[in-house]
Every structure is written in structure tokens, then in C-alpha cells.
Design a protein around this ligand. Structure first.
Ligand code: SF4
Ligand code: FES
Length: 237
């Protein structure tokens, strides 16, 4: 079927403002949006810029706003966003971060926040056996959070970052903190606390649930944030 892809274009080195460019393409309903973008780049317009790497929902690099909602181009089938001949798909870069070129955003701020929560294993105690042991039940507690691929979708969709507090560290950083806080082998909770227990930390979250709705890994992001809030409250009482 023939569809029209409308892409928000912007090259800050050459242009003063962004604009939308339309491309008419042949598509199969089972094509992935990433396939269509590759066709446009290879055959129609090599100047179109976007990120991609794995092509299979693992690296998180091709998150973008598809018909108004964050998603991975490689995990979005055409039939999910364009249901009939002549349909339009509008593609825009992620929100809240500066555009570098077309669909590529500068992720520096996102990763600065990510690093603030010390997203790595902390335990200075000697290992008594060959390795630090963990039961299957203990491992289950971090199952959800380990699935995060740092795609930035939740950060882009968060109304707090968009309108209320751009300094909020964001949902993904809290998910990453929880991945280690809830790990039975880690004991770095107090080192992560100053960032998490601050106005720009967990307390900025107002439970809008947009992060949970857009997460391509089906992580219950808002629930993890609320569980982290409870953990901090219990620790402080
Ligand atoms: S929590 Fe989900 S939406 Fe947010 S960065 Fe991780 S994978 Fe992406
Ligand atoms: S290209 Fe890696 S997640 Fe889509």
C-alpha cells in the first residue's frame, strides 16, 4: 500500500527552524517503521538523519515520537500506526532534549541524570565464597528493572520534565537505581539516597503513568518509582 511518512526535519547548523517533510512510500503492513526509514534514507533522501543499531529492540537507539507517542521504530509495524491505503504516519524526535539533526537528539542530559544515581553494583565487603550468591526469588525482584534498554522514551514522555521540573532526574534513572537498590547483593542504598531523596529525585514524580505507557520493555516504571518512594520513607522513619 502507499503511505505518507511525514518527518520533522531540522539541521541546527543550517536552518533556523524545524519543518515537516513528506515522503510517499510503498509499504507492506508488516514492514517495520525502521525498514521504511531505511528505504527513505537509501533511495530517496540520504540527508535524513536518525539513530539505529541492533534493529531488534535491544539497543534502544531508535526511539522516536510516532504519531504522538514514543516508541522504537524497529518494534513498530506499519499496520499498527497506518491502517489503510494513503494513511499518514508522523514521526518526530524525542521530546525534552535538544535536536542534533532530524530524529537524533542530544542525550547528554539524560545520561548525566543516569550517572547521578550510581547505576552500578556497590558492595565493598569481601566475597566470602567464589561469588555473591542470590536465590531465584531474590533475582525475581530485579527482573523488571534489568530489562531497561535506556531508550529515553519515558524521559521524553514525562509531563513533569516537559512542563514542571526539567531538572527531574527522570523515570529511567529511578528504574536504574532500583535495579541495584533491590538487588540483594548490593548495599549502596545510602550512597544513592541524596539524589533520589531530593526535590529533583523521586518526589518530582506525580504519577502521570506516561512512562509506563510508552516503555517498549513493558516495565512498570511508575510502580517502581512508587516502590522506591516507599523504601526512602521507610528508611527515613
Ligand atoms: S524504563 Fe523503559 S522507556 Fe524508560 S529508558 Fe528504560 S526501557 Fe526505555
Ligand atoms: S535499533 Fe536497537 S532498539 Fe531499535
Amino acid at each position: 500500500m502507499k503511505i505518507t511518512i511525514e518527518i520533522k526535519r531540522f539541521n541546527p547548523e543550517k536552518e533556523k527552524k524545524s519543518y515537516y517533510q513528506k515522503y510517499k512510500v510503498d509499504a507492506d503492513p508488516n514492514d517495520r517503521l525502521l525498514d521504511i526509514l531505511m528505504v527513505i534514507k537509501r533511495r530517496i533522501d540520504p540527508s535524513l538523519s536518525f539513530r539505529k543499531s541492533c534493529g531488534h529492540g535491544v539497543c534502544g537507539s531508535d526511539a522516536m515520537v510516532i504519531n504522538g507517542k514514543e516508541g522504537l521504530a524497529c518494534k513498530t509495524l506499519v499496520k499498527k500506526v497506518a491502517d489503510k491505503e494513503g494513511a499518514y504516519i508522523r514521526i518526530e524526535p524525542l521530546r525534552t532534549l535538544p535536536v542534533q539533526r532530524d530524529l537524533m537528539v542530544d542525550q547528554k542530559k539524560f545520561f548525566k541524570n543516569y550517572r547521578k544515581v550510581k547505576p552500578f553494583f556497590i558492595n565493598e565487603k569481601e566475597v566470602s565464597e567464589k561469588e555473591r550468591m542470590q536465590s531465584p526469588q531474590e533475582r525475581k525482584k530485579i527482573d523488571q528493572a534489568t530489562k531497561c534498554i535506556l531508550c529515553v522514551s519515558c524521559y521524553s514522555a514525562c509531563p513533569v520534565i516537559q512542563k514542571e521540573n526539567p531538572m527531574y532526574i527522570g523515570p529511567a534513572s529511578i528504574v536504574q537505581a532500583a535495579r541495584f537498590i533491590d538487588d540483594s547483593r548490593d548495599n549502596g542504598f545510602d550512597q544513592r539516597l541524596p539524589e533520589l531523596d531530593s526535590p529533583d529525585g523521586v518526589w518530582s514524580c506525580k504519577n502521570y503513568f506516561f512512562c509506563t505507557q510508552v516503555c517498549p520493555r513493558d516495565i512498570q516504571v511508575t510502580k517502581i518509582i512508587n516502590m522506591t518512594k516507599k523504601k526512602i520513607k521507610d528508611f527515613n522513619n
